[in-house]
Design a protein around this ligand. Structure first.
Ligand code: IP8
Length: 272
């Protein structure tokens, strides 16, 4: 059996996070080349991508992470006037972002199989309901891709945001041959001791375990999910299962390749 690597492309890496729905095509193309090289090296790859400016900005405006709210306290947007409309627009935005990624992977010769979570997952957090082994049945024949999404939820909540960081935990748990999990993130080399703006030379934490503190950057103005803190916590859950977990700067294709292939690389290794 080939080794399987689960990789998360962070939303801030693959989109322009300040401007609504603009992909970073250069980064998407260079990461797609790396995925092809990894498959050629003999790895099964499952790709999970974040939302960046395709999901977070509108989801934040309509507080979709809080579920259906009994309040009129929203400002209408020119193309959206209710939370329910926002749910379907954000789902479409995620499909649009995914199509850029799908096209780029296929262009590089990868047979790609897309699994939009709103079609198969329910509820949020890493304990969400969804049959991973059934949905990802073809991961050994195709490069399977899924992404953070708005999913239906039980009860009055009605819907919520399922982060790609939660999806990776369950994929690592339920796909039998996962050897490592790689978070390719934007703008930083890994987990930093202090926020990037106050950074000193030796502030990259090369080995991180949950008892270590750090002042992670989480842009709550923009993000409806958990930023680097959620990645660290979910990474630790996965490391506990005996799977290698790395966070690397996704703007350096060689680092992403080395991380996926278990070579020494600049970044943060997470241990349980
Ligand atoms: O960027 C968020 O997914 P993430 C999904 O992986 C939406 O946390 C729709 C905001």
């Amino acid at each position: 059996m080939r080794d399987c690597v689960v990789i998360k492309w962070g939303g801030s890496l693959i989109t322009d996070k300040e401007k609504m729905c603009i992909p970073d095509m250069d980064t998407i193309s260079s990461l797609s080349v790396v995925m092809k090289q990894c498959v050629d090296e003999g790895l099964d790859i499952i790709l999970v991508h974040g939302a960046g400016s395709f999901g977070h900005l509108r989801a934040k405006h309509w507080r979709l992470n809080e579920g259906l709210l009994d309040t009129e306290d929203f400002t209408n947007q020119s193309d959206c006037s209710s939370q329910k409309e926002a749910v379907s627009i954000v789902r479409n935005e995620m499909l649009t972002l995914n199509k850029f990624i799908y096209d780029s992977l296929e262009f590089n010769g990868l047979k790609t199989s897309v699994k939009p979570p709103h079609n198969w997952a329910r509820n949020t957090g890493s304990g969400f309901d969804g049959d991973i082994s059934k949905v990802f049945f073809d991961y050994q024949d195709s490069l399977c891709v899924t992404f953070g999404d708005v999913v239906d939820c039980d009860g009055v909540k009605s819907f919520g945001i399922l982060s790609g960081d939660d999806l990776v935990v369950r994929i690592c748990k339920e796909i039998p041959n996962v050897k490592r999990l790689v978070f390719a993130i934007g703008g930083v080399d890994g987990i930093l001791r202090r926020p990037p703006e106050d950074l000193k030379d030796d502030d990259l934490i090369e080995l991180w375990s949950p008892n270590m503190k750090f002042e992670g950057l989480h842009n709550t103005e923009i993000d409806v999910t958990g930023g680097i803190g959620l990645k660290a916590a979910r990474g630790a859950e996965v490391a506990k299962m005996g799977i290698e977990v790395l966070i690397v700067n996704g703007s350096y294709p060689q680092r992403v390749f080395d991380a996926c292939n278990g070579k020494e690389v600049l970044g943060t290794k997470i241990v349980a």
